[in-house]
Write a protein that binds this ligand. Structure first.
Ligand SMILES: NC(=O)c1ccc[n+]([C@@H]2O[C@H](COP(=O)([O-])OP(=O)(O)OC[C@H]3O[C@@H](n4cnc5c(N)ncnc54)[C@H](O)[C@@H]3O)[C@@H](O)[C@H]2O)c1
Length: 208
């Protein structure tokens, strides 16, 4: 498959949510105009995004909501359950571990880890916080797919290295800083300040 831009993948998630909404409303067909309007993009962009993955829809008839939703879910790899571990049971880590919305989308939290003796042994919504020193042996058994890293900026690289050593190929990181991962491992960093900067830009330029 061609290399797909992250922005395209992000839009697929947006289209998917709108298609889920249409399904819930019992609507069977949609169009690139409608998808674009509800996703903040253009009909040409919708067609271009979908064209990366083959042909969808019929000229003049639009897209079957059911078929398109099914295809997008498969493209995003959502037809299965992904095992997620969370490292850092602080404010962000504990909020994520108790968030029900992940499970409904197939992301199942199988372990929560921390290094603080005050947190180890606590339960967050049924998830026992375990000592991070047992992470690698747990991972050998549980075989998690995704690690969420919610620890302070210091020593993040050594935790990333620990995750990589455990054979995990996808990391969602919340800590600031530049991190290195080997080829074949995907690292995504969430940065709320950057999202706020996007809003700041929109507010500053809205009348331009
Ligand atoms: N990406 C964003 O938009 C965003 C927003 C807010 C905070 N953050 C960052 O997210 C991270 C977590 O924030 P928080 O508010 O949850 O912090 P927090 O201090 O509440 O929690 C951090 C937890 O990590 C644990 N920890 C530290 N080192 C560890 C290690 N090596 N192994 C396992 N556990 C370890 C600590 O004991 C603590 O429980 C920070 O780096 C913060 O700067 C990011």
């Amino acid at each position: 498959m061609k290399r797909i831009a992250e922005s395209t993948v992000r839009r697929l998630s947006v289209y998917m949510r709108y298609l889920e909404e249409l399904t819930a409303r019992g609507i069977a067909t949609t169009s690139s105009d409608e998808l674009a309007e509800h996703s903040g993009t253009t009909p040409a962009q919708v067609r271009k995004d979908l064209s990366f993955f083959g042909s969808f829809g019929k000229r003049g008839l639009g897209y079957s909501v059911h078929e398109l939703l099914d295809r997008i879910r498969r493209i995003l790899g959502l037809g299965r359950e992904w095992k997620v571990v969370i490292i850092g049971a602080g404010k962000i880590g504990s909020a994520l571990s108790t968030y029900r919305g992940f499970t409904t989308r197939g992301f199942c939290v199988v372990g929560v880890y921390d290094k603080d003796p005050q947190k180890i042994g606590r339960r967050w919504d049924g998830h026992l916080v375990r000592d991070v020193t047992v992470f690698e042996s747990d991972a050998a058994e549980l075989r998690p797919d995704i690690a969420v890293l919610a620890i302070p900026a210091e020593n993040v690289q050594s935790e990333v290295d620990r995750i990589v050593r455990a054979g995990i190929k996808a990391i969602l990181n919340f800590a600031p800083g530049r991190l290195q991962v080997p080829a074949g491992v995907t690292l995504k960093t969430v940065n709320m300040a950057m999202e706020l900067e996007g809003l700041s830009f929109a507010l500053t330029n809205r009348d331009a």
